[in-house]
Design a protein around this ligand. Structure first.
Ligand SMILES: [Zn+2]
Length: 248
């Protein structure tokens, strides 16, 4: 007639618990494809933000140059009118000089093909054009990446949910099993398992000199090994504190 060994039951319980731990680990493990898609999406978002910031700045510079140009042209027209009504040659020369200076600055902004002056406005317009095209392209890529990411997120959520169903079924089973083992032992095992982040029960293994704990590998004192074999009470490894089991 076999005597029931609560520690053998506890060992089976621990196997279940480790299985449950593995399911939790699998759930939180993000598939490589998904993590890459998240990175790609974030990169595109950042790229789009940078381009939009740049476009805002260039448009502002363009607007500023354009305002200055309108102002200069207004001043030029007024100088020209004043020159036409000027009463002296000296005054006319002064207006002519003023108009020449205004013209120089207008050229700097507007450019002059004959003098090979590019001007400030044209490069800004080119940059605005280039940026708008690039933004359009990045927006298209971002939309593709958004769709792809959503698919992968949904697939991963499904995977996590499926694992959750498996987990809950196994957990119910495990709890039923735990109910057949003396509650004090289960409680002690669980508190060690929490502290040790994994196992609460360790098997003893034979060595040349006696026995060792298979969890921490420390050589066990003879009297500890004897107590474990007698199985009169719960004995813990003097080194790692796990409940020691003689094995089957
Ligand atoms: Zn140990």
């Amino acid at each position: 007639m076999g005597v029931s060994d609560p520690l053998a039951d506890l060992n089976r319980l621990q196997e279940r618990d480790l299985e449950l731990d593995q399911i939790r680990a699998d759930q939180s493990c993000i598939p490589e494809e998904l993590s890459q898609a998240r990175v790609r999406f974030k990169e595109l978002e950042n790229r789009l933000g940078d381009l939009q910031d740049e476009l805002r700045e260039v448009r502002l510079a363009y607007h500023k140059a354009d305002l200055e140009l309108q102002d200069l042209k207004g001043k030029y027209t007024k100088a020209k009118q004043a020159q036409a009504q000027a009463s002296s040659a000296k005054e006319q020369t002064q207006y002519a000089e003023q108009m020449r200076q205004l013209e120089d600055r207008i050229e700097e902004i507007e450019g002059n093909d004959k003098k090979n002056i590019v001007g400030e406005i044209f490069p800004l317009m080119e940059r605005i054009d280039r940026l708008e095209k690039e933004i359009e392209a990045v927006q298209a890529s971002l939309e593709e990446a958004r769709v792809r990411l959503a698919e992968l997120e949904a697939a991963n959520q499904q995977r996590v949910d499926d694992l959750e169903a498996v987990y809950q079924a196994k957990k119910a089973d495990r709890d039923q099993m735990a109910a057949t083992i003396p509650a004090a032992i289960v409680r002690e095992y669980e508190s060690i398992r929490r502290a040790r982040k994994g196992t609460g029960l360790a098997r003893m293994a034979r060595t040349n000199q006696g026995y060792r704990c298979t969890a921490c590998n420390v050589q066990l004192p003879m009297h500890v090994a004897q107590q474990v074999h007698q199985a009169q009470k719960v004995v813990r490894c003097p080194s790692c504190g796990r409940i020691l089991w003689k094995g089957e």
